[in-house]
Design a protein around this ligand. Structure first.
Ligand code: NAP
Length: 295
């Protein structure tokens, strides 16, 4: 029976640490970190994500502002809103919830976010800093996966890691972060022939494909560490309602795995904790650069 990579409990520990640090720093500085969440339109899932990130930010002692913009906003208008928050010295973190309407260029928006306020590592400058191993915010979900593994004392050095999925927000940076922890990394995608050939060899499998039940027991070796990033809304036909399912077929993988993250309650809470962690680091960095400028 696998041990659980419990994202809820790990996220709680991360938030406790963030709250403690803010309560130590903010009274001396005179203001807490502030994070601004921008949502365009009213996609229900985006509203839920923004609301929970904002609620968690407040819980750890940050100021949190949600900016909801109408669905038909132009790219220029959105860029103006971003620019206003970029130049507000009391805003330390800025996140634009994806997806954006199709007439807005996501890359232009990512590039417009001040890299020093970029809590989800969207800006290509921060993506470059990640690739080069330079300091900076890391993409929330893959960083949350690393935090989860490290929370349970799991070391990645020397292990064979397979990431399924190569999106810019999850799979690709996941590969980079595992590589930086000295894992030997293979990234699989929809063009990979014979994915089981790779996953069966792996000591760690991180699945981020958005395909419910993609990783089955036949595809892994005993003792594997499995992290399930997938969030899929699946109609099971049982009660006419959709249920959240991961990318891992839990029933067949769990009996073989040494460690496994559940869905829900695994990577989801870690992603939010990781955004807050980035918010705290950017606040700290802004304070540092203020004092440098002042000296
Ligand atoms: P995405 O942009 O759709 O990327 C999916 C990736 O998986 C692509 O690289 C795709 O390959 C690959 N893929 C799709 N089907 C595959 C298959 N059958 N075999 C191998 N590779 C396959 O999705 P994403 O944003 O990375 O998110 C992935 C999943 O994680 C989704 O379920 C999403 O909801 C979830 N997610 C969860 C969190 C969280 O906090 N827990 C955060 C972000 C995302 P190609 O590149 O070849 O098309």
């Amino acid at each position: 029976v696998a041990q659980l990579l419990d994202g809820k409990s790990c996220a709680r520990a991360v938030r406790t640490r963030i709250r403690r640090e803010i309560s130590q720093i903010a009274p001396q500085i005179g203001y807490p970190p502030q994070v601004v969440f921008i949502q365009v339109g009213d996609i229900a899932a985006s509203t839920a994500y923004v609301n929970s990130k904002s609620a968690m930010a407040q819980k750890v002692g940050m100021l949190s502002t949600i900016v909801r913009l109408r669905d038909n906003i132009s790219e220029d208008e959105l860029l103006e809103v971003i620019s206003a928050y970029n130049s507000d010295p009391l805003v330390h973190g800025l996140l634009v919830q994806l997806p954006l309407p199709q007439w807005i260029d996501t890359l232009a928006v990512a590039s417009a976010i001040d890299p020093a306020k970029d809590v989800d590592c969207f800006n290509p400058i921060n993506v470059g800093r990640l690739a080069l191993g330079m300091a900076g915010p890391r993409p929330a979900t893959p960083q949350g996966v690393i935090m989860l593994l490290e929370h349970y004392g799991l070391h990645m050095g020397g292990l064979k890691a397979v990431v399924v999925g190569r999106s810019n927000l999850v799979g690709k940076p996941m590969g980079v972060l595992l590589l930086q922890r000295n894992a030997t990394v293979t990234v699989c995608h929809s063009g990979t022939h014979d994915i089981p050939r790779y996953t069966k060899e792996a000591d760690i499998v991180v699945v981020a494909a958005g395909k419910p039940g993609l990783l089955t027991g036949e595809m892994v070796k005993p003792g594997v560490i499995v992290v399930d990033v997938g969030i899929n809304y699946v109609d099971t036909g049982e009660d006419g309602q959709s249920h959240v399912k991961g990318d891992v077929d839990y029933a067949t993988v769990e009996p073989l795995a040494a460690w496994i993250s559940p869905v829900p309650g695994g990577v989801g809470p870690m992603t939010i904790a990781s955004v807050l962690w980035n918010g705290l680091q950017l606040y700290r960095a802004a304070l540092g650069s203020d004092s440098e400028q002042g000296s």
